[in-house]
Design a binder for this molecule. Sequence first.
Ligand code: UN1
Length: 496
Amino acid sequence: MTGTEYGLYIQGRWTTPASAARFSTFNPATGEEIGSFVAATPAHARGAIDAAQAAFPSWRDTPAPVRGSLLLRTAALLRERKEALGRLVTREMGKILPEARGDLQESIDFLEYMAGEGRRLAGETVPSELPSKFCLTVRQPKGVVAVITPWNFPTSIPNWKIAAALVCGNTVVFKPASTVAACAAEVVRAYADAGLPPGVLNLITGSGGTVGGALLDDPRIRGISFTGGVETGREIYVRAARGIKTVHLELGGKNPMIVMEDARLDLALEGLLFGAFGTAGQRCTATSRLILHEAIYDTFLERLLERVQRLRIGDPLDPATDMGPVGGPDQERRILDYIAIGEKEGALLRAGGKKLTAPPFDRGHFIEPTVFEARPEHRIATEEIFGPVLAVLRARDYEEAVRIANGVDYGLSSSIYTSSIERAFRAVHDLEAGITYVNAPTIGAEVQLPFGGVKNTGNGGREAGSVAIDEFTEIKSVFIDYSNRLQKAQIDPPAG
Ligand code: UN1
């Protein structure tokens, strides 16, 4: 079976430029072709920017509540298409069907949440130091923004960015990860079918290396929102700095779960299995380090290993499957390399570690859920692997557990299982991360709260939540003097 053919989406039209090179996406479970896409050139990227630039003035001047209604209509269409698109997410990216439906649900949730922002986009009113003078702030869109997204949440991460950008009045050039381009195209189709005016959202597919420069160097692009790996994030940040563009980065994680000796171990174990092996460990928020208090270390590890052996790996469309394939050949290589590194550096492999090669796995990219007993300095315990590989670490007490948790360059999500309220609150204070869970795993953030992290995870911004609009607006301060005379701030005010 050959895949569906897609074009670029520019100026409200699906276009397939003559003589364009093409690339395909493939089901990581079966190797089946999912879609075929235009490998855009820098000239195509500039065409998309032209369209976004031309559409900007009238989109900016469209009342924000009207922009919000468009998001609501998009959400309604995604809800109608949830099952079909959920299956597409599973087929193109490999996550199991319930998680793929969750990907769509997170898109819908965020679109609905952001639609309401169309009736808020709040500024401030503050007093003036002078009489008969009124001071306020208003939010204005930046202009054309570039949205560059990863493959692991092929609908929701694009929607986090696109919906927030659009409700604020920006126009968008969207460049998704190439391995999930069909999901991206279907996201764009939902906006188009909802009635988004031409040019407001444009899709270019193709390699970041080819079109990335055109986006990063073009002076008309005012903001860039990127989720992906730390190395690419660094390159984008540096290159965009020349054009003084604002850059929002959402990069990696090495998220710890601490299990204290007073935790409910059954609860912690369920949480761990979901956090570490859900989405085959391919979430920025995945639990990749398990820090066990020494008093429960042996018992917990034994129970964990027993459960890991029983995880069912297989066809991600099959409801009986717990864990599907990893994202594709590149991801497979990276994970297997890290497993080899773990063994070489002396970590103890306790479960998994192998690629599955016997039929029906031979056509796909399946890696066993893998557990290492490691030490905090091991690379597998400090670097992001982005796969079903868990490093288990031992801590003498709470203080050491927190020290280990904080001893990496990332700080996205974190979790502690304890029944002590005092320790729970201390952990909220002590863990260096943008997100902390108590008695829940490191994954599963909800859209009405900010999402982002500290250290190398990001550069300070947050997605989702009410602060999502900060990334996509400029704030203008307005002073309205109705005194009918010249009043000099800092010079005239009554003595104070
Ligand atoms: C990501 O992996 O980049 O919190 C996003 C979660 C999801 C989002 C993850 N709601 O696990």
